[in-house]
Design a protein. Structure first.
Length: 363
């Protein structure tokens, strides 16, 4: 039963509310086995019933979700603009609280801002079971060693910042690439085919991408997969690195002249997305960050440009913008911390409270 219970928690964390019947089908377990595990999780305070869904016929199914306090994490975004956003996220991917703090461009100031934010959130929500901190930062992050290998914005490479933050904040800290954390927020609850993959492209304070497949993402041997900023693309007939091209167009046009903005963005974006569609054949391509400021008309032009350039393909990828209600990179980092916690959990620990701290959670 413990194995079923762990699988249930992971499924609800990654994909949101489910009914007992949907869990049985998704996890390939019998209905009685799922019902027994769910009943125990409810009795122990991990889960709760959360209303009913629309019925396609018969009795409407009762939905299940985490209780608000049973599984939480703090997410931090260490922004290039020297602002740290901190969120407290629960197992239902809901932001319970959000803070913004300024910091100076040095390790001690970053650590102080993280400590102050963490202390305030723990003080305000003492009964929430906060399992750790996920920190999102622009750059290359080795998730095996939990080290920031490279960051263009901060001189912290090789400084073991995770250990310092953990010591200052009193919680385990995991670092993630900022775009990968934002992508984790985007994937939450998205249904994918078993053999499909998605490509996520974010242009905010730089440009980066993530190749996502069911059950994970492609990191590359040096954790640098998706670093598309140096890929050459055409701008007004001249090839230049993608990130430089995006910054040049944005600086010169902004959003004041929409037609000129569309015209100049369209050429490099069509070029890049056609290459992506050819190389990895994704099920969908998601554009996030400043791309969303260009609006629906640009998206339609971009889709048409890719389709006309790649005539002859039997199936084209869906091209869309990121979710308007995304929990962002801070929320995505917190979500990844909770995923890591659940995946590493030994099923037997579920029932002896080594996972959930009985001093923090009333069960």
């Amino acid at each position: 039963m413990a194995d079923s219970a762990k699988s249930i928690l992971i499924e609800l964390l990654e994909n949101g509310r489910h009914s007992r019947a949907a869990l049985a089908q998704k996890l390939h377990r019998s209905r009685p086995a799922i019902s027994t595990a769910v009943d125990k999780l409810i009795s122990r305070g991990f889960l709760q019933e959360a209303g009913v869904a629309k019925s396609s016929g018969g009795k409407p199914p009762t939905m299940l979700e985490f209780t608000e306090k049973s599984l939480c994490a703090i997410g931090l975004t260490i922004g290039a603009e020297n602002t740290m956003r901190s969120v407290l996220l629960n197992g239902n991917a809901r932001i319970i609280a959000q803070l913004d703090k300024r910091f100076n461009n040095n390790i001690s100031s970053i650590a102080a801002a993280a400590m102050e934010s963490t202390a305030e959130l723990r003080r305000r929500f003492p009964m929430h079971n906060i399992r750790g901190i996920g920190a999102a930062i622009s750059g290359i992050v080795d998730t095996r060693s939990n080290e920031v290998v490279y960051s263009a914005n901060f001189d912290i490479a090789g400084r073991n910042l995770a250990e310092q933050l953990s010591r200052e904040c009193g919680l385990p800290v995991k670092f993630y690439n900022r775009v990968r954390a934002a992508a984790a927020a985007e994937w939450h609850g998205v249904k994918e085919s078993e053999d499909g993959c998605s490509f996520y492209l974010n242009f905010q304070y730089g440009i980066g991408s993530v190749i996502h497949y069911p059950g994970g993402e492609f990191n590359g041997v040096n954790f640098a997969a998706g670093e598309v900023r140096e890929l050459p693309v055409p701008v007004d007939g001249v090839y230049m690195p993608m990130e430089k091209a995006m910054q040049k167009i944005f600086a010169e046009t902004g959003a004041s002249d929409r037609e000129e903005c569309f015209r100049r963005y369209l050429e490099p974006c069509v070029h890049l997305l056609c290459n992506i569609a050819s190389f990895i054949d994704p099920e969908r391509i998601i554009l996030d960050g400043n791309f969303k400021r260009l609006g629906r008309d640009f998206l339609n032009l971009l889709s048409s440009g890719v389709n006309s350039t790649m005539q002859g393909r039997t199936r084209m990828p869906e091209i869309r913008y990121g979710k308007p209600d995304s929990i962002g990179s801070a929320g995505g980092a917190a979500l990844k911390v909770m995923q890591s916690e659940l995946y590493s959990l030994k099923p037997a620990d579920l029932w002896n409270y080594k996972f959930f701290n009985p001093q923090e959670v009333k069960i």
